[in-house]
Write a protein that binds this ligand. Structure first.
Ligand SMILES: [Zn+2]
Ligand SMILES: [Zn+2]
Length: 175
């Protein structure tokens, strides 16, 4: 994957909710993260997330998804909170592969050390805690939503298979 083109986030006026500004903020967060982890791959960026979630780290696709409706409503807090939140998931996924909790100590440390943000799980856009099944799993045919209890069982080694295609379910995305 190629790097993002160089851009200066100061080029964008306050209130600008353009895709270019969002991508520039992702790039800035990527550079901050690479100061700590130089080999961190660049995430793809997709602006196709809908519904209640503001952002999502999508490991199946290899990048970050953002909700442009919520971005347009409050661009400044969105850039300040949602972009580092999701980028911190991206960092943890690559630096600590395996059994870590989505908003556990590793994620919290990345938020503090790299992005200088309070490691709050719920920012003003984040409604994932309200969802009974915030963990998105994939198989060969569809998306499955796991509860926290099921997610922890899977991380501890329980195997879940899709009753439709028979494939083992794997963690695909987290918000
Ligand atoms: Zn399936
Ligand atoms: Zn999150």
């Amino acid at each position: 994957m190629t790097d993002f083109p160089a851009s200066d986030i100061s080029d964008f006026p306050p209130g600008d909710a353009s895709q270019a500004r969002l991508v520039a903020h992702v790039e800035q967060c990527l550079q901050q993260a690479r100061a700590h982890y130089p080999t961190l791959p660049a995430p793809g960026v997709w602006c196709d997330l809908r519904g209640r979630s503001a952002g999502q780290a999508h490991y199946g696709r290899g990048g970050l998804r953002f909700n442009m409706t919520l971005y347009a409503e409050q661009p400044e807090p969105f850039l300040a909170e949602v972009v580092p939140h999701e980028m911190a998931h991206w960092v943890v996924h690559h630096v600590y592969p395996g059994r870590v909790r989505p908003h556990g100590v590793q994620w919290q440390q990345v938020m503090i050390d790299i992005f200088d943000r309070a490691p709050r799980v719920t920012h003003r856009f984040d409604t994932t805690r309200a969802s009974p099944a915030p963990y998105r799993y994939a198989c060969g045919c569809r998306v499955h939503h796991f509860t926290r209890r099921r997610y922890l069982n899977e991380r501890r080694g329980s195997q879940y298979r899709c009753r439709h295609c028979g494939e083992r379910l794997h963690l695909d995305a987290v918000s």
